[in-house]
Write a protein that binds this ligand. Structure first.
Ligand SMILES: Nc1ncnc2c1ncn2[C@@H]1O[C@H](COP(=O)(O)OP(=O)(O)OP(=O)(O)O)[C@@H](O)[C@H]1O
Length: 220
């Protein structure tokens, strides 16, 4: 469903040019759980950001469901991104001044979903990750694992086809990390495509396919 063809990406700063990805070809298939591994700085996050249309490649083409992303207007790319992807990050990225339930409702605000419907969907998403009783808490009143489960609920509330996770257990101890992994596996079994960056071989093996990046290139 998402195809990257001959993708390269260079970051240009004042003094240095970094070739972060070189000639990447990758097909993310519907329903799979793809784990991306590789050493620090090899280009994993860059790759995930390109898959999720958060960034544009220098050269090459990205297509979603057979249609090349370059042919969309900026506004339509944003809509395609919001409709297709949910994101979770190592450091949760929750807003600490907002209640848990309001954090989860946020993606629906951008889609102009009416208030009552937003609340219903956010409640349902929180119940699914076992946090129905924590809706009126603030994120910093929860454990790290619970905060990441809130982030999963927020990523899933708009029912995206693909969940992109950048080291989702990187800030968690092993037990909390295992709980978060269980949720990702369950979502995948229910039909969500998952693409996850991880440093942990055991976690990577819970997916259906592992790809390895080295120096900006796919090696396996
Ligand atoms: N915004 C940026 N500007 C300049 N260089 C960047 C930028 N983002 C990433 N890079 C460089 O691109 C290369 C790939 O970075 P990336 O974050 O994709 O690696 P990574 O494999 O995810 O690393 P880590 O495992 O440490 O998070 C690195 O050399 C990094 O320094």
């Amino acid at each position: 469903m998402i195809r990257l063809q001959n993708i390269s990406k260079t970051y240009q700063t004042d003094k240095v040019e970094t070739l972060a990805l070189k000639d990447i070809n990758l097909h993310v298939k519907k329903g799979e759980f793809l784990s991306i591994m590789g050493p620090s700085g090899c280009g994993k996050s860059t790759l995930l950001n390109l898959i999720g249309l958060l960034d544009q490649p220098g050269t090459g083409a990205i297509s979603v469901d057979g249609k090349e992303v370059k042919s969309y207007r900026d506004k339509d790319v944003a809509q395609l991104r919001n409709r297709t992807f949910g994101f979770i990050f190592q450091s949760f990225h929750l807003i600490n001044d907002l209640h848990v339930i309001d954090n989860v409702e946020l993606p629906l605000l951008y889609r102009s979903v009416p208030a009552a419907e937003r609340r219903r969907l956010a409640k349902e998403a929180l119940e699914k990750v076992g946090l129905g009783a924590r809706m009126e808490h603030y994120p910093n009143q929860l454990s790290g694992g619970q905060q990441q489960r809130v982030a999963i609920a927020r990523a899933m509330v708009g029912k995206p086809q693909v969940l992109l996770a950048d080291e989702p257990t990187g800030n968690l101890d092993s037990q909390m990390g295992a709980e978060v992994m269980d949720h990702l596996v369950k979502l995948n079994q229910e039909g969500t495509t998952v693409v996850m960056v991880t440093h942990d071989e055991r976690e990577a093996k819970r997916g259906s396919q592992i790809i390895r990046v080295f120096d900006g290139q796919l090696v396996a």
